[in-house]
Structure formats: C-alpha cells, structure tokens
Design a protein around this ligand. Structure first.
Ligand SMILES: C[S@@+](CC[C@H](N)C(=O)[O-])C[C@H]1O[C@@H](n2cnc3c(N)ncnc32)[C@H](O)[C@@H]1O
Length: 265
C-alpha cells in the first residue's frame, strides 16, 4: 500500500463511527487473559492504546483497572469511545495521529494496538512504540484474519459477487484455513528494539443476519472505498445470497492473532 493510499483509507472508519461501534465485534476474552499474564498487567499498569476506534479493546483493559491512554485519529471514533468508556475514570482518549502525538514523560508498561497498527506509518510505528515503553515493557499487536469456515458455501458463492463488483478480486479466490496463516513478528524483530515475540491464536465464529453482516462489511476499508455503484451492487448481491440460499442468517469464522514482545534494555 502506498503512503497516500494508507492515509486516505485509514480515515474511512470515522465516516460512520456509530455503525462501526454497532457492527464490529469485541475480541475473544481468552486473548485478554493471555495478554494480562504475558504483559504482567496489574491495576497499577500504564497502557497506551494506538487506534482505539470506539473502544473494542479499550474496554477489557479499562476493566482491569489499568490507566489507559488511547490515541485515536478520528474525532468521531474518539467521541463514541468516550461515550462507551465514560464510566472509567482511568481512561483518557486523545485525538491525534499516533505519528505526531506528543507522549507524556512517564513511560508505559504496555503499548497495544488492535486492528490498527498497519494504519500507522511503517517508518515510525515500531520505534515510537518502543520509545514510549519502559525497559521490559510490552508491545502487543492484535490482528483479525478472515479464514475459511462458518457457512462455507456462502463464502464460496460470495466470490461471484466480488468478481462482478470489485475488479481487484482475483478469480477463484478462496479464504485460507486458519492453520495456513502464519504468525509473523518480522517487523518487530527487524527493529532490534524487542526480544523474541510470543504468539496467541484465537478462533471463533459469529452468527450474522443479512443486515448485521452487511453492516460488518461496511466497517471494512475495502468495502467502504469501492465506488458507490459497485459497493451498492456488491452489498445487494451478497444480501440476496444470504436471504435466498441461507434463510437470512450465516456464520463467519474469525482468527484473532496476538503478537507480544518485550522491549530490550
Ligand atoms: C480498523 S479500526 C480498529 C479500531 C479498534 N481498535 C478495533 O479493534 O476495532 C482502525 C482505527 O485506527 C485509527 N487510526 C488509523 N490511523 C491512525 C493513526 N495514524 N493514529 C491513530 N489512530 C489511527 C482509525 O481511525 C480507526 O479508529
């Protein structure tokens, strides 16, 4: 992705922050149990979250009692996060691009980014995360992957809609099984600022009605950035498929990956 594409596409989430908040799922609870152990989190921990969105990962960290500073690019996403997290005096949300955000003097014990790190400038993100961590502090990256499973026939048939309305779709493309998606800490390793990474993998399925699945798709940047006629055509095609072939309900399999590394002295 070019710098220009990244800077354009990363703004699409805030176009409809309420939809994002309604449609995007929370992360699996075992991920936060593992993160708590791997990062040694306690209620005294200071956590920085990059790209909090409307608070999908912020909420479980806030519930641990940690002090959480969340940096979010979109003022609309930050406003919804502020509403969702209003009962947590231990959470502060700051609206800024992480790249130019001014960190406080006190270092953090954990820097976490959930489905957001890839939107940050790759020349800056790992080193700035390391700079704001204490020695032995933890960088934790959470990634969501679309994987084979759930209502498999729907996802096979859905490709005809994508091939028709999204010219970037490779013909005959199929979702990969979760087992074929590797863990990857090459960017963290290459920075030489962190020790060896540890990994967690969490597979889960979620059931969607036609409406809630189309809403979910509208929270993804590739769908939001399609030209309007193609996007409308794609959503109508997928909606008909769910209604006609699957009685208005499908299930989708998700893989959430956790990558954790400790800052070197
Ligand atoms: C896919 S959303 C993830 C939101 C949330 N963390 C979640 O897990 O659902 C990516 C978020 O990163 C934010 N973002 C993108 N670029 C950013 C930047 N340079 N600095 C801070 N936040 C950024 C977007 O506004 C958006 O809220």
């Amino acid at each position: 992705m070019t710098d220009t594409d990244r800077e354009r596409l990363r703004t699409v989430f805030g176009e409809d922050a309420e939809l994002y908040d309604r449609a995007r799922p929370e992360y699996p609870a075992p991920l936060f149990r593992d993160l708590t152990v791997l990062a040694g989190l306690t209620p005294r921990s200071r956590v920085l979250e990059i790209g909090c969105g409307t608070g999908q990962a912020t909420d479980p960290l806030a519930r641990l009692g940690c002090t959480v500073v969340a940096v979010e690019l979109s003022s609309d996403m930050a406003a919804v996060a502020g509403r969702n997290l209003r009962h947590f005096p231990n959470v502060t949300i700051e609206v800024a691009p992480f790249e130019s955000w001014t960190p406080p003097a006190a270092p953090f014990d954990l820097v976490v980014s959930a489905t957001a790190f890839h939107w940050i400038d790759p020349d800056i993100r790992v080193h700035k995360a390391a700079d704001v961590l204490r020695t032995d502090g933890t960088l934790a990256l959470i990634h969501n992957e679309h994987v084979a499973g759930g209502t498999e026939q729907f996802f096979i048939d859905a490709q005809t809609c994508y091939e028709r309305f999204d010219p970037k779709t490779p013909p005959g493309w199929r979702q990969a099984p979760a087992a074929d998606i590797p863990d990857d800490a090459s960017e963290i390793d290459d920075s030489q600022r962190f020790g060896p990474a540890r990994f967690g993998r969490y597979e889960w399925e979620q059931s969607y009605t036609t409406r809630s699945y189309l809403d979910l798709l509208m929270t993804y940047s590739p769908t939001r950035s399609l030209p309007r006629p193609a996007r409308d055509g794609l959503l109508a095609c997928l909606g008909h498929l769910i209604d006609r072939e699957h009685d208005g309900r499908i299930s989708k399999r998700h893989l959430t990956r956790l990558t954790v590394a400790r800052k070197r002295a």
